[in-house]
Design a protein around this ligand. Sequence first.
Ligand code: ADP
Ligand code: MG
Length: 729
Amino acid sequence: MPTIRFRTLEKTMDRKPVEVKELTAKRSELFGINVFNNDSMRQTMTKEAFISVQDAVLLGKKMDRKVADQVASAMKDWALSKGATHYTHWFQPLTGATAEKHDAFFEPIGDGKAMEKFDGGQLVQQEPDASSFPNGGIRNTFEARGYTAWDPSSPAFIYETTLCIPTIFVAYTGEALDNKTPLLKALQAIDDAATAVAKYFDKKVNKVHATLGVEQEYFLIDSAFADSRPDIRLTGRTLLGHTAAKGQQLDDHYFGSISDRVIAFMRELEIESLKLGIPAKTRHNEVAPNQFELAPLFEEANLAVDHNSLMMDIMMKIGIRHNFEVLLHEKPFAGVNGSGKHNNWSLATNTGVNLLSPGRTPMNNLQFLTFFVNTIKAVHDYEELIRASIASASNDHRLGANEAPPAIISVFIGEHLTNVLDELEKVTKGKLSPQEKTDLKLNIVGKIPEIMLDNTDRNRTSPFAFTGNRFEFRAVGSRANSAMPMMIINTIVAKQLRDFKIEVDALIKNKAMKKDDAIFNVLREYIKKSKRIRFEGDGYSEAWEKEAAKRGLSNNKTTPTALRAQITPKSIELFEDMNIMTKIEVEARHDIEVEEYVLRLQIEARVLGDIARNHVVPTAVRYQNTLIENVQGIKDIFGTSYKETAKEQMKLIQSISNHINEIIAMIDDMVEARKKANKIKNIEKKADAYCKKIKPYFDKIRYHCDKLELKIDDELWPLSKYREMLFTK
Ligand code: ADP
Ligand code: MG
């Protein structure tokens, strides 16, 4: 009887190659054709409406209803001309990727007639059924309903015949229920704070925006393999499976054309992304077998976050067309490199200057150092909050688990800049002095070469590394929404820059210091104060764990512990002070994340129990029966000497029984532990119980299942094996 594994393989072998439309079109002609961008707006809108949208985008100005009606009408005409039939307010709820509720433009107007309608009201605000989205108890407390509101800074786009309007999602009482709202506030905060500081160097600067380039890692496996694995289907990762023997690969004849298929997938992904205005660059990633990366060019951070969320969605859909399962989980395969989402972050002015790019002159470099050192100081002061911003059940498999970046947050800046900071720190010892000579320090400041991109040593183990003209936050999980870590980075750097300006201004005013002396003096103190966050060595090493502990850096290895940093008085003060979130919002968000952790582990525990009980144990029993029959037969032939002849079979029978006994006993124990944990009312304590009392069973149960996988006849094993899923060409 064929097993699931082979049934699904047959299905895959029939697949037809997918034809990619627009394959030969010029990429530049495809770029943004499905986006309601400035060009489309200019073509379809009155000048008044266009300027109004620009003001809303660039200056955050409100738009009046009449203009909104005009914009809506232009948007509708454009969308209809592109074949759209529906529209939706597209947003990013606190769990899951993106959400949308589609409404048709079509409306009956009586007399058996109908027309396409869409007005300013429908553009600006909508009411999805908020009850189905997580709100951390906010709505229950306030009896509030939620609504979505247009975010004009991210352009509308058409995806699969639906006009998607990027929106925020808030409760009627004003609390944010999504990822975008606090991000937008943080981006406003960094604009204000960084612009004020950038004016020290150039009065023409009147806007600073955060830039973000997201490198998205993912795995591709044949969807037939995923079909044979309930764990992948339901949890996004393999809960069991023995690692493939080294260098072992599945015979080519099963999937001879896999690399062509991957290329076809990537091409289509690239084309779809480009049409939606996502500046995609695809390429192969060689870290792990069947692991790839897509790194679009950087954009303004809000747009880049939207584009990354959208891209994850597109990847899944295009994967289906190509019979691929796209695995965005941080650790789909034990013992194989996991996936991250590197967030490349910098600050750019309206005058076109990258504030984290070293310049040609000492003055430019003082500007660079200002933003560089302030960022390091911010990371230093809020390292625990940064760690919390990337905490999730799935990212726990990377962070703190001997895997790319550790759970300890540190900053890598490379040898050259380390030397610069070390020298600067030594310029004067002791008190700040207005009489200080500027020559020496400008010398040092002047020494930073303009382009350092190529001479920064790449330290792949660092969670937060300076890479020549930007910081690269590498610890973000592959399936995370970048809004959260970006909200944190921009908020803490905004606060830091604000504090910096206050200190510098005070020195200028009270100590009659020259501006760059004042700047320099404050920076020097920051360099000293934030030194412990800098680390250039091997982030995976045990030595670093010890050293970091000595330095007093946090090492929060699990999500429940890491998340606590979100609700400390220090964090709440930061969010309230910077006008990002209220205490209620911060606490609600924290509860949602803790709850999500519990839910994920709960699902994993159930799925693992099911697979072990319903797939592994029965298969083991079946194989054991074959062995028993075999021994019985040997006994019939050889009589009493069968014990010697069937020695190995009998050992195998015994060992299979041992594994089965262990597995069943542990599943029973795990179920008991879950029952207990489920009774806990306090969500934090419940998460702790799941982390400490339930999660440890996963590896133990897996151990025995994986041993059985090695012992049992390959033909009987019901789940696709690692070597099949990973080692395909
Ligand atoms: P690497 O693999 O060396 O880290 P990649 O080219 O894969 O480099 O990715 C680098 C990412 O950093 C790209 O998305 C790129 O657009 C982005 N990036 C480059 N400059 C900036 C910047 N100033 N701000 C934000 N992101 C940037
Ligand atoms: Mg990178």
